[in-house]
Design a protein around this ligand. Structure first.
Ligand SMILES: [Fe+2]
Length: 419
């Protein structure tokens, strides 16, 4: 039986099956088992006032609770908002040692981050403008100007080849009101960084980038009433939503100048490694590498974005969740590669040190993912430094990261600090 409770009534042993935001109940989540005070705190940090508790079910007994209708790892208004740190069993955190590959890849940047970042900012603005125009055009029945897309992706690929982190670092920027456009740019950017780390040449990277920036173009044929519905979709509505990969391929098949290989990201990005995805339920090696890669990045960006039905999760938390999903939703090697590509503490992560100081990761050390460069923001008493300063953890043993924390915990305005 489902019971409505105040946030202050959560106790260990409860199964949380829903939340209430803005007086609207939402049940887009798996049952979350409250095991301890830390779990209670996690819910309190979501700034909710009301939760729904499933009574009469034992968390450890019987089959795991069914996923809500339409659950899918790629976040299309159909997803579970299970907190990334909560799974059916114990969390299985990864470490550098647990990642089955060499720490460093053979990527070499030709220009430093500081030199590429302004150029990357310009490319990102251009990308958002172009994808916004393209999606509006599709809504109005116009065709896609593929030259524009190809020029844009060419610029993005060049930037990623000059410096792998500059454009990628900007993918931390989200826009609640323009989610679909910004999400498309982010998925494209992160996929390009992944593709480069996998040794793709520029031509292959180009095909990947075009597919990724257009991966959700089929949503422009899904009615607004479904696309922007704040509540849970009905089975019928979800059936319509599930058609967007095929709508996307239809749109692009009518477009000259789009390579066939790009279409894999569009039509297969919701397929799952274990065959439980859509539209075709293919699995394992049947799913094209481009699509597996797009699917991982799609979920990462969605979960680190604020949506109408969930707050944003921290990058590190989401990487942990993706790691737990490897072998079911995603190919294991791709998840591991993604973590290595972004860093265990991606740029923009808020981290707490063994000194009790708090900082924001400003750049990844690809030779040692546990020791990035960090902008120190709070001192050991959690007072703000008047002039925050950067430390390079690769050059000191005086600071060790203990954990990543949500920015809200200490009111850290990451985007303002990173500029
Ligand atoms: Fe999608």
């Amino acid at each position: 039986m489902r019971k409505r409770k105040g946030i202050g009534e959560i106790r260990p042993g409860m199964l949380i099956c829903g939340i209430e935001k803005g007086n609207k109940p939402s049940f887009f989540m798996n049952n979350v088992h409250i095991k301890n005070e830390k779990d209670i705190k996690m819910f309190q940090e979501l700034e909710l006032t009301v939760v729904y508790v499933e009574e009469g079910k034992h968390p450890g007994g019987g089959d795991p609770p069914p996923m809500p209708a339409g659950d899918a790892p790629a976040f299309d208004r159909t997803e579970s908002i299970e907190h990334p740190l909560h799974t059916d069993g114990e969390a299985a955190p990864f470490s550098v040692e647990s990642l089955d590959m060499e720490v460093a890849d053979d990527v070499t940047d030709t220009v430093p981050f500081e030199e590429e970042i302004n150029n990357a900012k310009q490319i990102r603005i251009e990308a958002q403008n172009i994808i916004t125009t393209i999606m509006s055009d599709i809504r109005m029945g116009k065709t896609i100007k593929s030259e524009q897309v190809n020029d844009l992706i060419g610029n993005m690929v060049d930037s990623i080849f000059r410096n792998r982190d500059a454009l990628t670092s900007l993918a931390r920027l989200k826009d609640f009101d323009n989610y679909t456009f910004v999400h498309s740019v982010n998925v494209c950017t992160l996929s390009l960084a992944m593709g480069r780390s996998m040794g793709f040449n520029k031509e292959r990277l180009h095909s990947l980038g075009v597919g990724c920036i257009l991966h959700d173009i089929g949503k422009m044929h899904v009615p607004d009433s479904i696309l922007n519905k704040p509540d849970r979709l009905t089975d019928e509505e979800f059936g319509v939503m599930k058609k967007h990969p095929e709508y996307g391929v239809e749109i692009l098949s009518d477009t000259n100048g789009i390579r066939e290989e790009s279409l894999y990201s569009v039509v297969q990005h919701h397929e799952k490694y274990d065959g439980s995805g859509y539209p075709n339920g293919i699995k394992g090696d049947e799913i094209h590498t481009f699509a597996i890669l797009t699917g991982v990045v799609d979920v990462y960006d969605a979960m680190t974005s604020k949506r109408v039905y969930h707050n944003r999760f921290s990058p590190s938390d989401v990487l942990q969740r993706l790691y737990q999903w490897r072998g079911t939703h995603f190919a294991p090697n791709l998840v591991e590669r993604f973590i290595k590509c972004l860093g265990i503490y991606p740029i923009g992560s808020v981290v707490e040190f063994d000194t009790a100081e708090v900082g924001v990761v400003v750049s990844v050390n690809h030779g040692n993912l546990l020791r990035p460069k960090v902008l120190l923001v709070l001192d050991r008493d959690k007072h703000r430094y008047i002039s925050p300063f950067t430390i390079d953890l690769s050059g000191t043993e005086a600071h060790n990261i203990v954990s990543a924390v949500p920015p809200e915990r200490y009111n850290i305005e990451v985007d303002r600090l990173l500029g």
